[in-house]
Write a protein that binds this ligand. Structure first.
Ligand SMILES: NC(=O)c1ccc[n+]([C@@H]2O[C@H](COP(=O)([O-])OP(=O)(O)OC[C@H]3O[C@@H](n4cnc5c(N)ncnc54)[C@H](O)[C@@H]3O)[C@@H](O)[C@H]2O)c1
Length: 383
């Protein structure tokens, strides 16, 4: 491996956040950018001083690169990641990992066949409060964790018009169409995966500018039964008129509980039995920062804070590059990526059948598609 890893990025707007992070990591250099929109391509390549510019992804991916970052709209993530792996590149992909079960299967097979690294860039794992909760949970301070809630409430009606793929893939489909930001941290804290999903919605109360009703119900609830018996509830709402709340979480264990802020004037609050004489007394999460926050987060490099999403965008790329350099497993490998992605795909099938609970395939065990899918007919059959 040469001392500097060459990076190519596909999908310029979101790719700019990745370019910022790769540029401040001394072991990497962004040498190529691809976008089918030449104006956006030129503007962002100029902004970040990226020399090689492509409108044809296949050409970029065949070039002299070590890493490809896939930051295009959702349906391209898996096919473009697969193509890069087949060309011998390491891949970091935006969320979700895939948009249907066959893509999931093909992605898992491509990673298995490759000696390169694949990571899904779930940046909400890396926000400051979420990193601290991970540490507390993994050190056992919550006891046995058995319940969690996640919410992604982000009104996107106007953005849907500027990025029409969202109108098709996020609000043009019913179910929990964008689950990984809320589900991902909970699965990481609970060290579990979803075994069964049921999904319900609150009805349709909004229309797009053409007068068409959004196919996605305003709020959806994805109820997840975990493999070890715990429960997780995910609320997704991209349509209701209201202020954002992108990252609400709660966590319950036998020895503690946590509630993220729900906006205005609130702070993250926690109760831990080992650190309290009073079972009714919340404490601030930040009371535990000095003792439990990993060192890198106590004094984050300035560039981490500039990179976006509260430092999350920088730390995820730092850990991906470390996995390449030290030849270790990336923190969100393909199977963890699918653990965060597949429940959302199954939720779309559940909601269209009145909320019937459906099994969530574990692609670690699926070597033939669709033959190995659990309850294959129930999953793939028509509503
Ligand atoms: N993790 C996060 O916090 C976060 C934040 C924003 C966006 N995203 C994700 O990033 C991705 C992109 O989102 P966005 O808001 O930048 O979308 P966008 O529509 O603004 O940009 C997508 C770009 O991809 C280009 N493109 C489309 N098809 C292409 C192809 N086949 N080859 C090359 N370029 C192609 C388009 O021309 C466009 O410039 C989405 O998957 C989105 O979910 C994640």
């Amino acid at each position: 491996m040469s001392s500097e890893l060459k990076v190519g990025i596909v999908g310029a707007p979101r790719g700019s956040a990745f370019a910022r992070s790769f540029q401040v990591i001394s072991e990497t250099r962004v040498t190529a950018l691809c976008d089918i929109n030449e104006d956006v391509l030129g503007r962002i390549a100029d902004q970040y001083g990226i020399e090689e510019r492509y409108t044809d992804y296949e050409k970029m991916v065949q070039g002299d690169l070590d890493i490809v970052a896939v930051t295009t709209p959702m349906p391209f993530h898996a096919p473009q990641a697969i193509m890069a792996l087949e060309e011998g590149k390491h891949v970091i992909s935006e969320v979700p990992a895939a948009t249907d079960l066959e893509q999931c299967y093909r992605l898992a097979e491509a990673v298995r066949a490759s000696d390169r690294k694949y990571m899904m860039a779930e940046n909400y794992l890396y926000t400051k409060p979420n990193v601290l909760i991970r540490e507390l949970a993994h050190q056992g301070l919550f006891g046995e964790v058995y319940f969690g809630e996640g919410e992604y409430i982000h009104e996107l009606k106007e953005l849907n018009e500027r990025t029409p793929w969202r109108r098709k893939w996020q609000t043009g489909v019913n179910g929990c169409t964008y689950p990984t930001h809320s589900l991902g941290p909970l699965l990481q804290w609970m060290k579990d995966r979803v075994a069964t999903v049921a999904c319900f919605g609150s009805g349709h109360h909004y229309q797009d500018p053409r007068g068409d009703i959004y196919e996605n119900e305003d709020t959806t609830f994805m109820i997840c039964k975990l493999e070890r018996g715990g429960l997780v509830n995910i609320r997704l709402d991209m349509l209701s008129d209201r202020p954002h709340n992108l990252s609400y979480y709660s966590l319950q264990g036998t020895k503690g509980c946590y509630e993220a802020p729900r906006g205005f004037g609130d702070g993250p609050k926690i109760w831990l039995a080992d650190y309290s004489d009073n079972p009714n007394q919340w404490r601030s999460l930040w009371d535990f920062e000095e003792e439990f926050m990993p060192e890198i987060w106590k004094n984050p490099p300035e560039e981490a804070l500039r990179a976006g999403h509260g430092g999350g965008d920088y730390f995820e790329i730092r850990e991906f590059v470390d996995a390449i350099i030290h030849d270790t497993k990336p923190p969100v490998d393909v199977f963890k990526a699918l653990d965060m992605t597949v429940p959302g795909l199954i939720s779309e099938m559940s909601i269209n059948r009145g909320g019937v609970p459906l099994p969530v395939p574990d692609f670690r065990n699926i070597r033939r598609f669709p033959e190995d899918l659990p309850g294959g007919d129930r999953i793939l059959g028509q509503p």
